[in-house]
Design a binder for this molecule. Structure first.
Ligand code: N2P
Length: 431
């Protein structure tokens, strides 16, 4: 027994030595959010830069909250994760992030600083009023939340308002992103139209509104939406739209770009709009959680992601828009098919009239009617509870009626068969 224990301890030791953590980089990113061919390329680039081996262990998640819980509760040792703005805000408040340290990439060109757009720098400054998110995170992709719609079934006017998600005309063909904050924000903006127009509340204030009253109003609205919902989806919505099964999808702009292109190839015509009432604009960024084990490779990886050619490949492979401010990235997206739009807010004065897809890069007026979501701290639990109440009992009222009728029918059948049995027994006694 003693010999066996010594052997077991020795093999555990050998195993831990052979899986040298310095040679592993654990990345946890959104699904469908990278051109995966860049991963082996990073391994080769890292070797060329540092002379060291690295193996990327790549895992994906579908919603921010899944990722956050693995770090908050599970203390998982991911070296890099890619949360959205309001989660970065929360992780900063909770001391869950390590600051970026460029001393970790002495041999590399610093693509991170070279390509940060002034717009992104300013937005990241607004993420957390107490701590500058630019010191802890590097924006990866960004976009808006809006409506993807089938142009043969839905008019641009119908899609131009958030009311479309409870329009009975499209019942059974509506897809909603299974992302509580990204649905709550637009619905609250819609419900507070009057106050927004009167100026008694601002879009930014609404992004902090976790009052019981507002949560109840959104819950009430979503319960009206629910019966028409084809699916609460984390990632299958875009696919359902390209197949024509869904005609309306509350979704992110990057999924819209992907869906519009795929659908066109099979003769389905889709478009995307940010409803006139306003919406949310979001930014996902690379961060290094405090339980990370390989800071050096993590920093090199962020730097590699900021190389313009790699940013372009990730954009083209996913449909999402890189937060990279290099002019090269803009040039790669120019196409004469588009009307010129003013993107000077993002790329500087030279980009005042550029022909790019407006779903990819929203024009300034669209950005101006969108706001950044903010962390609610402990109140987030109230939102998640509301979300499960809305989604949890997935059955519609019709389903309840059917269940009650079926139960009544079963009871009636049992009563009827008991009575006929008794009658038969009585008859046989008489004989
Ligand atoms: C892509 C995920 C996009 C994240 N599947 C939007 N914040």
């Amino acid at each position: 027994m003693k010999k066996f224990l010594i052997l077991a301890a020795l093999s555990a030791l050998l195993l831990s030595c052979s899986s040298n953590r310095d040679q592993i980089l654990k990345v946890y990113n959104w699904s469908d959010y990278i051109d995966e061919s860049v991963l082996p390329e990073f391994e080769a680039w890292y070797k060329a830069q540092t002379g060291e081996d690295i193996k990327v262990v790549y895992q994906t998640f579908d919603v921010n909250e899944t990722m956050l819980s693995k770090i908050e509760k599970g203390h998982e040792d991911y070296d890099l994760v890619c949360p959205s703005d309001y989660i970065i805000e929360r992780m900063l408040n909770d001391g869950l992030l390590l600051p970026l340290d460029f001393a970790a990439i002495p041999d590399s060109i610093n693509y991170i600083e070279a390509n940060r757009s002034p717009y992104i720098r300013q937005v990241f400054r607004e993420i957390n009023p107490n701590i500058d998110a630019n010191d802890y995170s590097v924006a990866y992709m960004w976009g808006t939340t809006g409506i993807i719609y089938n142009t043969e079934k839905v008019t641009a006017e119908e899609a131009g308002t958030w009311d479309i998600i409870r329009n009975p005309k499209f019942a059974g063909q509506i897809l909603i992103k299974d992302a509580p904050r990204d649905v709550y924000g637009p619905v609250l903006i819609y419900l507070k139209q009057k106050e927004l127009q009167e100026g008694s509340v601002t879009l930014q204030e609404l992004m902090h509104d976790s009052s019981d009253e507002s949560i109840a109003a959104v819950e009430n609205y979503l319960k009206q939406v629910k019966d028409g919902v084809l699916g609460w989806e984390a990632d299958f919505g875009k696919d359902q739209m390209t197949k024509g099964r869904g005609v309306v999808s509350l979704n992110w702009s990057g999924d819209a770009v992907w869906a519009i292109e795929e659908a066109a190839e099979v003769g389905v015509s889709l478009d995307y709009v940010v409803p006139e009432e306003g919406s949310t604009v979001w930014f996902d960024g690379w961060v290094i959680p405090k339980y990370a084990k390989n800071l050096k490779a993590a920093t090199y990886f962020i730097d590699f992601m900021c190389r313009p050619d790699i940013a372009i490949r990730n954009m083209d492979g996913t449909g999402y828009v890189s937060a990279n401010g290099a002019f090269e990235v803009l040039e790669s997206q120019i196409d004469e098919e588009w009307d010129p739009i003013d993107l000077s807010y993002f790329f500087g004065p030279e980009a005042s009239a550029v022909q790019v897809n407006p779903v990819l890069y929203p024009a300034r007026d669209v950005i101006d009617r969108c706001a950044l979501e903010h962390d609610w701290g402990k109140d987030t639990d109230k939102l998640l509870a509301m979300w499960s109440r809305v989604k949890g009992d997935n059955a519609s009222s019709l389903t309840y009626v059917i269940i009650v009728l079926a139960l009544l029918a079963i009871v009636a059948a049992i009563l009827f068969s008991n009575r006929s049995r008794k009658r038969r027994r009585r008859k046989s006694h008489r004989k």
